[in-house]
Ligand binder design. Structure first.
Ligand code: CMC
Length: 425
């Protein structure tokens, strides 16, 4: 058997002069010439390209995606080439999920098929309801969600099934079941009976139905639907990267989603929306905004909901959410919250715009979620509920063209240190 790939590698290797004829390589000649000793002891090691040091990986492109495009300088976000503003205005979460997973908008029959496939997967196993019952009512919702997403894998006979098609089926289940996990954990900790999902509702309506035990108004359901669209995908953000690292080891989708939920939880990532609401509660009134924000700026403390690793202009998701938050705050008698947010924005932009610090998606989503009647400590779960589609889509992209993700660390410790026996230390 000819080894044309290996030959090509050798012919292009800088250590092999082009005029030297290469022997014909066969598997048997390779076997007979293989070193008998540990290859790491070889006197002619391969010379890998010199790695660059990029703390935080902000200048590193580590994967390809066809789902979302971000121009951080201009404040542009597109899903499969469609501007996020158009999607927020005209699309639905289900349609957006189809777009992300199929890189095209669905026709009516395709959208119906995806919606009913999702609806048929809303329900979770009884054993998962029992598990929720066993959780402390004081549990932090993101801890509960991380545990429950992992536990879903215990009840999926396809959990470890290989292949893209099996992963797509698992993705559908994860997106469909996550709202049921979140809403029913919240009911459990509030001492309320579980509400089973309603398979005739869309995802946003179904979530609010389970959370509150009553069908939401169309305006409330649409409010949540817009938030789900805006949070669905965002390039190689920290939780998506974490998910891709996990799936790239050829682990399973439940493990990758558990990784992602854990990564999203941090206050520098998805946890910021909760921190924004806590800040608004702490400030309490319009008169206290100026002093509060100036004090934070003077102390060089972070103001949650501002700044972004990629956007150095206004986050386009925040542009739409700001308009939306004003509307929903007016409709629900929470205008004070919106006006305080707007004042904070003015002060931070005046002080920090030159550094590219503007509101990010988390800033106005806090007001929006609050107006939708969602408790502050559930905000990050709402982000996870939406991003589940982006995470799963990225994992499938990773599997379609997989390579283990394994960067290097720059070693900064000592060399040649002596081992000292315990009794002599
Ligand atoms: N408030 C005040 N100053 C800020 C903020 C902020 N929120 N964010 C950045 N800065 C300052 C930062 O201190 C630095 O100042 P200096 O040059 O004097 O040291 C300068 O702006 C540049 O910031 P950076 O540290 O280079 O920004 P980064 O890319 O490392 O961090 C970030 C990005 C999102 C972690 C950071 O902006 C932050 O911690 N923001 C608050 C948390 C937050 O809202 N996170 C949600 C992000 S959007 C949702 C998501 O995708 O997760």
């Amino acid at each position: 058997m000819q080894c044309s790939f290996l030959e090509a590698v050798l012919r292009n290797h800088p250590a092999v002069p082009s005029q030297i004829p290469l022997p014909t390589l066969t598997m048997s000649s390779l076997a007979s010439s293989a070193p008998a000793t540990n290859p790491s002891m070889s006197t002619t090691p391969a010379t890998p390209a010199a790695p660059i040091f990029d703390k935080g990986l902000g200048n590193t492109i580590a994967a390809t995606t066809q789902m979302s495009f971000i121009d951080g300088g201009k404040g542009v976000l597109e899903y499969v080439g469609i501007d996020i503003d158009s999607l927020a205005r005209y699309s639905t979460y289900e349609e957006t999920v189809f777009l992300l997973w199929n890189t095209k908008l669905p026709d009516a029959a395709q959208l119906r098929a995806l919606s009913s496939a999702l609806q048929s997967e809303y329900e979770i196993p009884d054993a998962i309801y029992d598990m929720i019952r066993s959780f402390p009512t004081t549990a932090v919702p993101m801890h509960a969600l991380r545990t429950l997403v992992s536990a879903l894998g215990l009840h999926d006979v396809e959990a470890d099934a290989d292949g893209i098609e099996a992963s797509k089926r698992k993705a559908l289940r994860l997106v469909a079941k996550t709202p049921t996990l979140i809403a029913n954990f919240d009911r459990h900790r509030s001492g309320k009976a579980f509400v089973r999902p309603n398979p005739s509702f869309d995802i946003a309506t179904n979530f609010l139905w389970m959370l509150n035990g009553e069908k939401p108004t169309a305006a409330m359901a649409r409010g949540l639907d817009v938030c789900l669209i805006l949070h669905a995908d965002h390039g190689l953000n920290a939780s998506t990267f974490a998910a891709r690292v996990t799936i790239a080891t050829l682990s399973d989708l439940y493990s990758a989603m558990t990784t992602a939920v854990g990564t999203l939880k941090g206050p520098l990532h998805g946890g910021a929306n909760e921190e924004v609401m806590i800040m608004l509660d702490e400030i309490g009134s319009m008169e206290k905004v100026e002093a509060f924000v100036q004090d934070k700026l003077e102390r060089k403390e972070l103001i949650m909901g501002f700044g972004h690793r990629v956007y150095k202009a206004y986050d386009p998701r925040a542009t739409y959410l700001k308009t939306f938050a004003k509307q929903i705050a007016t409709d629900t008698g929470n205008l004070k919250l919106f006006e305080m947010s707007q004042k904070i924005e003015e002060i931070v932009i005046a002080a920090k715009a030159d550094k590219g610090i503007f509101p990010n998606v988390d800033f106005y989503s806090a007001t929006t979620y609050h107006c939708l009647g969602i408790k502050t400590d559930l905000f990050t779960c709402m982000f996870a509920m939406s991003r589940m589609s982006g995470w799963c889509g990225h994992c499938i992209e990773q599997l379609e063209d997989n390579r283990l993700i394994r960067p290097q660390a720059k070693y900064t410790g000592p060399h040649g240190a002596a081992y000292v026996e315990l009794s002599k230390r």
